[in-house]
Design a protein around this ligand. Structure first.
Ligand SMILES: Cc1cc2nc3c(=O)[nH]c(=O)nc-3n(C[C@H](O)[C@H](O)[C@H](O)COP(=O)(O)O)c2cc1C
Length: 172
């Protein structure tokens, strides 16, 4: 798909078909995430790959009972690794860059999935401690976003956006 078509095609999907995600596609999505830019190229993020039903159900519960998450064949948990960025960038690295690194990697994965005909939804509403427990994250790893990936079982209505002239503030 052409890049701008990918941007247009991406929508949050909250119903997934049972069909699995092909391993080659999953590999391409993870490679896309790995190619994301990061502060100082420190790649201060970790990706946890979850396929087991019981773990996806635990994640869905941790995500305030968003059970559609468990329908998707794959869920990726993008996490910040603050200590990796803190070594060079101190407090700013720990607080901001590591979270941005994880966020950009997740965005790349999301767009790659769309380009491959797959559906996703960014899940940010969750209980950090419950996600930590579900996936067995170490104490120093902060969950930032959960990305269920699968084939869409719904075609959502397009969502609206604020007008550009409201969002963009031209400074002269
Ligand atoms: C930081 C962030 C957190 C989000 N958290 C959730 C969530 O927990 N559950 C959910 O269903 N959608 C979540 N979304 C998806 C948004 O609701 C969605 O992107 C927005 O309504 C625009 O719709 P679209 O993605 O279809 O364009 C989140 C999106 C972002 C960027």
């Amino acid at each position: 798909m052409e890049f701008f078509e990918v941007l247009k095609a991406r929508q949050s999907v909250r119903a997934f078909a049972p069909s699995p995600v092909e391993e080659e596609k999953l590999g391409a999505i993870l490679e896309a995430a790995r190619g994301a830019p990061s502060a100082g190229n420190l790649q201060a993020y970790e990706i946890y790959l979850v396929k087991a039903d019981r773990l996806k159900r635990a994640l869905a519960r941790a995500a305030l009972d968003q059970y559609f998450l468990a329908q998707a064949p794959v869920a990726l948990v993008f996490c910040a690794h603050p200590a990796r960025s803190e070594r060079r960038y101190k407090e700013r690295g720990a607080r901001l860059y590591s979270v941005q690194d994880a966020t950009i990697a997740c965005t790349y994965a999301m767009l790659a999935a769309t380009a491959l005909g797959l559906a996703t939804v960014w899940i940010g509403a969750f209980n950090d401690a419950a996600v930590r427990r579900a996936v067995g994250l170490p104490e120093d790893i902060l969950p930032v976003a959960i990305l269920p990936i699968g084939y869409a079982a719904e075609k959502p209505e397009p969502t609206s956006r604020r007008p550009l002239d409201e969002v963009v503030h031209t400074v002269e």
